[in-house]
Design a protein around this ligand. Structure first.
Ligand code: ZN
Length: 298
């Protein structure tokens, strides 16, 4: 496979397919989410972690490029609801209810659990096309997101997993590094094999340290599987929102005549603005655009 730079995911198996592993660098993704939503540091970390969680779970469970997977976290903290959706092409988008939430720094570290809260749940939804969705839901264990995702995989999908996601935010608020990994133990492993893998995962530096040191995602695989592994796939990951003017147009049409008329009547400008919650892109519809949309809804 040709070398990839920037953000990318690797997918591998080891020990005759009894272990699956995924590792990624996603600094660009986390930085773009921060920029688009104007998040404050602890929220930048929470949103970046949620987005990487969605990318890792999508890599682990989606069979086709058009399928998608969403991770939703509602923890009762000041950040409010977090949501990230990733597809089988390695594209992800995300949103947070309150981008400018803050919590006191603890031991010099961003207080992610402080902004997310730990009194709520994490849920996973898969859209496999044909409205084929599957939901799994667990109570939050920590609000740190990585631990909660691992708990979800163990509890809801009965797959013991080692999972870590991390985002490093500079004092000026910019995202400096983001990365993560997921190692899944499948049936058929001996106890000593499990113990060895768990020991090696525990030895791994924090994911952001790996990124900052310049260790590529493959470095995680090298460390966890010294006896070798089979690299299945390597592909870029990126922020992407599929919204468009046409999509919003049909969404407005689907609101129905009465609702559209209400929007037109209450509009203070000579245009109607629609903002995508996932990417903060604003679309403007002139009054004649709206008249056409109203006619289409009749
Ligand atoms: Zn969008």
């Amino acid at each position: 496979m040709s070398p990839l730079t920037g953000d990318y995911m690797v997918r591998a198996t080891a020990l005759d397919g009894r272990v699956r592993a995924f590792a990624l660098h996603a600094t660009g993704v986390a930085a773009e989410l921060q920029r688009r939503h104007g998040t404050w540091p602890a929220v930048s970390a929470a949103l970046g972690r949620t987005a990487m969680g969605a990318l890792l779970l999508a890599a682990a469970s989606l069979k086709e490029e058009d399928q998608s997977l969403s991770v939703e976290v509602k923890g009762g903290g000041p950040a409010g609801r977090l949501l990230a959706t990733a597809n089988g092409r390695g594209e992800v988008r995300g949103l947070v209810a309150n981008p400018r939430a803050d919590a006191e720094v603890v031991n010099g570290k961003l207080n992610v659990a402080g902004v997310v809260g730990s009194n709520g749940y994490l849920s996973v939804t898969r859209n496999l096309g044909m409205r084929d969705t599957y939901n799994g839901l667990v109570e939050l264990q920590s609000g740190e997101i990585g631990v909660d995702l691992a708990y979800y995989l163990a509890k809801s999908e009965q797959t013991p997993s080692g999972l870590a996601v991390g985002v490093f935010v500079q004092p000026d608020g910019s995202v400096d590094a983001a990365g993560g990994y997921l190692v899944q133990l499948l049936p058929g492993l001996e106890d000593d094999e499990i113990a060895e893998i768990e020991r090696r995962i525990a030895e791994l530096p924090h994911p952001t340290r790996l990124v900052q040191e310049g260790t590529p995602p493959e470095g995680v695989l090298d460390h966890v599987f010294p006896g070798g592994y089979e690299l299945l796939d390597r592909y870029p990951v990126s922020f992407h929102c599929p919204c468009s003017r046409e999509r919003f147009e049909s969404a407005i049409v689907s609101l129905g005549e009465a609702e559209i008329q209400r929007i037109i009547d209450e509009e203070e400008h000579d245009y109607t603005e629609v903002v995508c919650h996932f990417c903060n892109e604003a679309y403007h519809f002139s009054s004649s655009d709206m008249a056409g949309i109203l006619a289409a809804a009749r």
